[in-house]
Design a protein around this ligand. Structure first.
Ligand SMILES: C[S@@+](CC[C@H](N)C(=O)[O-])C[C@H]1O[C@@H](n2cnc3c(N)ncnc32)[C@H](O)[C@@H]1O
Length: 335
């Protein structure tokens, strides 16, 4: 303010000395005051903007691992049926079920028993990916399957796989967002499963309430939460582990608490972190062995991002800092 008054006085005095026409003085004065007030304001705002941007960068990564979104699913689903990606799945999982998760064939066999599926019973597979796991359950148990996933190519693969395996009459797959309310009436399914995907759905309380709604009384729910935070993690580790899109990291006990709040009876919890550790290591290694081909398909940033994802996933699972749990719950019988 003081500098503006001094500037104003200077313009008037100098203007008269230089015999500038009287009418010009207010214009020059306004310009001078505008610049003297506006310039510092502009510089202050610019500085604040730069600081905010730097804060954002710092929040996104600690310099070692910049936060970025890695296309974990696009390449896997676009190339699902190719020899290259099949070979990688075979090497990573031991048995290629057509999964895109941490699921092993042994786990699926065990979960089939937990879900008590059988001919004529209806299973909903939430975030089914390319449908391999639920189609295997349809084959093993004779159940019918409805699968949903947000990824268009994933459900197209699943329907193609169902046709190839002669299961199209008993299995259908649709593109739907599982974080929204879903189109089925109450008590539509005998079982619901969600493999390594509940972490992608933002509001777990309402997701569980929705699953409870369309399960029949006595129906069973099985889901695996692969990102339970069991001891401290750095923000860069969380950044890399969550680089595939939206991820919800929850503390120990939260899934159990939310299951009870949604009216489920908890039947069992199993720590299946070891499988995630091993599969992360093997997926990273199987991909590294085919680096040149994958780089050509996925591009360098995406290939590198995925390799970093598998490296960090293995490390923090091995050290038991991020854990994977399977939850089995039952919707109580009415009355
Ligand atoms: C780790 S993959 C697991 C896929 C499959 N369950 C399996 O075991 O192969 C996670 C899946 O969640 C799906 N997904 C993410 N957000 C979703 C949403 N809002 N609704 C439905 N599916 C979603 C992804 O497209 C992806 O197929």
């Amino acid at each position: 303010m003081i500098s503006a008054i001094v500037l104003l006085a200077f313009i008037v005095v100098e203007g008269r000395r230089l015999e500038i026409p009287f009418l010009w003085l207010p214009i020059l004065a306004t310009l001078g005051v505008g610049v003297s007030c506006g310039l510092p304001l502009f510089l202050l705002m610019r500085q604040a903007r730069l600081e905010r941007a730097a804060d954002g960068e710092r929040a996104a990564g600690d310099g070692k691992a910049p936060r970025r979104v890695v296309g974990l699913y696009d390449a896997a689903y676009a190339n699902f049926a190719s020899n290259l990606y099949q070979k990688i799945r075979e090497e990573a999982f031991g048995e290629d079920l057509g999964q895109n998760s941490w699921l092993t064939a042994g786990e699926l066999q065990k979960f089939a028993g937990w879900l008590r599926l059988g001919p004529g019973l209806r299973l909903l597979d939430v975030a089914c990916g390319s449908g391999g796991p639920s189609l295997r359950l349809a084959k093993l148990t004779g159940c019918d399957v409805v699968g949903i996933d947000i990824h268009e190519q994933a459900t197209a693969n699943a329907n193609a796989l169902a046709r190839r395996e002669g299961l199209a009459g008993r299995a259908t797959f649709d593109r739907l967002d599982a974080s929204q309310s879903l189109p089925w009436p109450p008590a539509s399914f005998d079982a619901v499963m969600c493999i390594d995907a509940v972490n992608h759905l933002p509001d777990r309380r309402s997701v569980l309430a929705e699953w409870a709604r369309f399960l029949k009384p006595g129906g069973r729910l099985l889901f695996k939460d692969p990102i339970g935070v069991t001891i401290p993690l750095s923000h860069s580790e969380i950044g890399v582990r969550g680089s595939g899109g939206f991820y919800l990291f929850v503390p120990p006990g939260e899934d159990e608490r939310l299951l009870r709040a949604a009216g489920f009876a908890l039947e069992g919890v199993e720590d299946v972190t070891d499988n995630m550790t091993e599969i992360a290591r093997r997926r990273g290694a199987a991909r590294a062995a085919r680096e040149a081909e994958l780089r050509a398909i996925e591009g360098d940033p995406n290939f590198d991002g995925q390799q970093e994802f598998f490296r960090v996933s293995e490390l923090i699972a091995r050290e038991r800092r991020l854990s994977r749990f399977a939850f089995l719950a039952r919707k109580p019988l009415e009355g």
